[in-house]
Design a protein around this ligand. Sequence first.
Ligand code: HEC
Length: 145
Amino acid sequence: MRELIARLVCWMSLAAVVAFAGLFAFLHNRPVPAAASGAAPLPAVAARAAPVPPPANGDRGRAVYERENCATCHSLGGEGNPRRPLDGVGVRRSGAELREWITGTGAAASSLSASVTRRKRAYLELSEADLGALSDYLAAPRTGK
Ligand code: HEC
């Protein structure tokens, strides 16, 4: 009789553990209804989980950088004019500052020579999209070019 009770207790506790594990797994893997979770948290979680994506604009920015001959005065990743490297400039400067330095306007204007300012002012002709892409390109983390 004692043996029977012991066996019963043993099986019941085993069943309880399995049941709890199943319940736990179910509760934690349930798809969260969009309305209950709110729209914002889901993309935020997805963004945190994904590796930092290169800015989609990067390739376009690089094309503009090359087309506008920025490398005659600047270098990136050791390519171009080594006198004024732009590596890491996107970390030091905000997007707005980058635009001022690219176009020789705002605070940047007072630090640039007249001839450089004239050359950079020509970049005011660049489209908004090109300027944005350039800033993104300069702000992108990179080891080489
Ligand atoms: C005629 C030469 C010349 C050209 C062409 C030129 N720049 Fe510059 N740029 C300078 C000079 C001079 C500075 C001042 C800072 C320095 O000496 O590093 C500067 C500064 C900058 C800065 C700020 C650098 C810093 O260290 O804070 C950025 C960003 C920049 N330029 C981007 C560009 C981009 C992008 C282009 C092409 C669209 C370009 N520049 C074309 C001469 C030039």
